[in-house]
Design a protein around this ligand. Structure first.
Ligand code: NAP
Length: 259
């Protein structure tokens, strides 16, 4: 399928590996020039070179912490008016409801709610003025079904989801579509670190922890970054102009709900 976005420009935040990298690669495969971001310069520059070589698009790496105002300014300086924005950042650490103090919540809100909101505020006016834009926010299945050990994520992402629900409907008439992608368990470093938490808590092996978590997914396996990226690229495509303010689960059926 021709996604109709060849030659457009995208910012993909937190994209040196994992789900952000999957989104960057799928957009590059559709002919989109990229600004990609992560905090560590080495892996980010390697990712940019690999994506540019594989897909023949322009890829500019910007090493910065997207959870900070300075970091966002650096990323936006590379392309102030992108056609496409994919918001992403690392997820908050696990714990239990009684573990977190105000500072822990502020960190989670900065990374997983306020950073994507600030990025949207920065790019939406130009998208609306040109009559076309796409924003995808990477959130979590925890928005639909809370994950006990990820209370910081449950909380911060719920705030972003509310903002998107209202904002997406105010910009849609200008050709700008904002949607959220909700990953269930995917085979990335984040999943490995959560598996390690299960190993430590239950005294089981890594293979047992992975099998235990895979058994909670009707598909019987973790998702891949390629599958995730393909859905992201579709939501960023010309074909997705009638999809507004949706929360799309990619979880192998893990959330047991009719709707
Ligand atoms: P990952 O494999 O650990 O990759 C995270 C990427 O984000 C890396 O490129 C990392 O590079 C970058 N990053 C992290 N914090 C950043 C920051 N503050 N500023 C800029 N870049 C940053 O993680 P993932 O599995 O792709 O997860 C992506 C998001 O999806 C997370 O918010 C996670 O909680 C959520 N999620 C993931 C899963 C899953 O199963 N994988 C499920 C539900 C939700 P640097 O470290 O160099 O910055």
């Amino acid at each position: 399928m021709d996604l109709g976005i060849n030659g457009k420009t995208a910012i993909v935040c937190a994209a040196s590996k994992g789900l952000g990298r999957g989104c960057a690669e799928a957009l590059a495969a559709a002919g989109v020039d990229l600004v990609i971001n992560a905090r560590s310069a080495g892996p980010l520059e390697a990712a940019a070179a690999e994506i540019a070589a594989a897909y023949g698009v322009k890829v500019v790496p910007v090493a910065a912490d997207i959870a900070t105002q300075d970091g966002r300014a650096k990323v936006l300086a590379a392309v102030p008016s992108p056609d496409i924005l994919v918001n992403n950042a690392g997820g908050p650490p696990p714990g239990m409801w009684h573990d977190w103090e105000r500072e822990d919540f502020i960190k989670a809100l900065d990374a997983n709610m306020l950073a994507p909101i600030a990025m949207m505020k920065a790019v939406l006016p130009a998208m609306m003025a040109q009559g076309w834009g796409r924003v995808v926010n990477i959130t979590s299945q925890s928005v639909k079904s809370p994950i006990a050990v990820l209370g910081l994520s449950n909380s911060a992402r719920a705030g972003l989801t509310g903002y998107v629900a209202g904002t997406s409907r105010q910009v849609a008439s200008k050709g700008v579509n904002i949607n959220n992608l909700l990953p269930g368990i995917h085979a990335t470093d984040r999943a490995i670190s959560l598996d390690q938490g299960v190993v430590a808590a239950q005294g089981i092996s890594m293979a047992e922890a992975k099998a235990q978590r895979a058994a909670t997914i009707p598909a019987g396996r973790y998702g891949t970054r390629e599958e995730f990226g393909a859905m992201c690229a579709f939501l960023c495509s010309e074909k997705a102009g009638f999809i507004v303010g949706q929360n799309i689960l990619l979880d192998g059926g893990a959330v047991n709900a009719t709707l």
